[in-house]
Design a protein around this ligand. Structure first.
Ligand SMILES: Cc1cc2nc3c(=O)[nH]c(=O)nc-3n(C[C@H](O)[C@H](O)[C@H](O)COP(=O)(O)OP(=O)(O)OC[C@H]3O[C@@H](n4cnc5c(N)ncnc54)[C@H](O)[C@@H]3O)c2cc1C
Length: 292
């Protein structure tokens, strides 16, 4: 199996930032993932997976880890009764397409989440009242010691969070859906996409919500908007003029620019509302947004 060195992670994040991975591979089967996990363990090298990089900030200086991008058999989607069997590397878009073709509803919420199944399980992605925890029957998770099926409770799925840690790889998952006509699914997806388009930046390089919604009457986006942050720019990164909980790559942004914007946003929200916003975006490499 080919293990590459110094692959630029900017190619694998939707923001388009991030330095080189020390090692990079595209395993196509569970066996290949097992081999790679053991290879990394022998070298005491950390392991992380990239999905579509739509919730990911990778350090500009690079990531001292073996980074995996799941492909081949690990991106296959099949339906079986009301179960959808999905590879960890399959995109939500392909999974939703297959579900619709099989007349299976319940995954429509994922239409606007531009990630993979593995990334969705990792952070219990969700939208419009649905989330992975609500449809996930179980997920097959590999470590260097072997693999096993875990239930949502064992995965510790809560709001935009799981108990998974780097070094654990979601190889595949089973989604329990329910019969629904393809036309109804199509109509709901169209309606959700229209709502999304009206509220959030589209055709921009972003990584989705920057911060989780705090335990407060205002959402993170409304809070940052009221702090006057829409359009605020540091280096090449900008807070979206359309939705203040999004950061866009306006012009050759770096991860450091995005992190500097996050620190400024947190500082202002804390100053005005006394709230410590918690970042939703995942970090790869030596990155930190220190507590205020
Ligand atoms: C325009 C836009 C809109 C968005 N809207 C939403 C939304 O409404 N709701 C929402 O929840 N999110 C949203 N997001 C964020 C993002 O799409 C989701 O978090 C998505 O689930 C991330 O999946 P990914 O495959 O891109 O994961 P990545 O960003 O590549 O990775 C995220 C984390 O998951 C881990 N990971 C990925 N795959 C695996 C695997 N197979 N095994 C183990 N770990 C893995 C990574 O190591 C990383 O820690 C949005 C993003 C964008 C750009």
């Amino acid at each position: 199996m080919k293990i590459e060195e110094g692959v630029e992670l900017a190619r694998f994040t939707t923001l388009g930032t991030g330095g080189p991975a020390r090692a990079f591979a595209r395993p196509e089967s569970a066996e290949e993932v097992g081999e790679l996990l053991r290879w990394a363990r022998e070298r005491q090298l950390a392991v992380a997976v990239v999905g579509l990089g739509s919730n990911l900030l990778a350090a500009d200086a690079g990531v001292d880890a073996l980074v995996l991008k799941l492909a081949g058999l690990l991106a296959v989607v099949e339906s079986d009764g009301d179960l959808l069997r999905v590879g960890g590397g399959a995109t939500n878009a392909v999974a939703l397409h297959r579900a619709r073709a099989a007349g299976l509803g319940g995954f429509e919420f994922a239409c606007a989440i531009p990630g993979t199944i593995g990334g969705g399980v990792w952070m219990n992605a969700g939208a419009y009242g649905g989330d992975f925890a609500g449809v996930l029957e179980r997920a097959l998770v590999a470590t260097a010691d072997g693999s096993g099926w875990l239930t949502p409770a064992e995965l510790g799925l809560t709001y935009r969070h799981s108990a998974l840690r780097h070094g654990q790889v979601v190889l595949r998952a089973e989604l329990r859906l329910r019969p629904r006509s393809p036309d109804e699914i199509k109509a709901e997806v169209r309606e959700l996409n229209m709502r999304r388009k009206a509220a959030q930046p589209t055709n921009r390089r972003t990584f989705g919500s920057v911060f989780k919604n705090p335990d407060h009457e205002l959402s993170a986006g409304r809070m940052l908007e009221s702090c006057g942050l829409k359009g605020h720019r540091i280096g090449g990164a900008q807070i979206s003029p359309k939705h203040a909980n999004f950061i866009e790559n306006a012009d050759a942004a770096t991860t450091a620019d995005a992190v500097a914007l996050m620190m400024e946003a947190r500082r202002r929200a804390h100053e005005r509302y006394g709230v410590q916003l918690e970042h939703e975006v995942e970090f790869l490499g030596d990155l930190e947004v220190p507590d205020l």
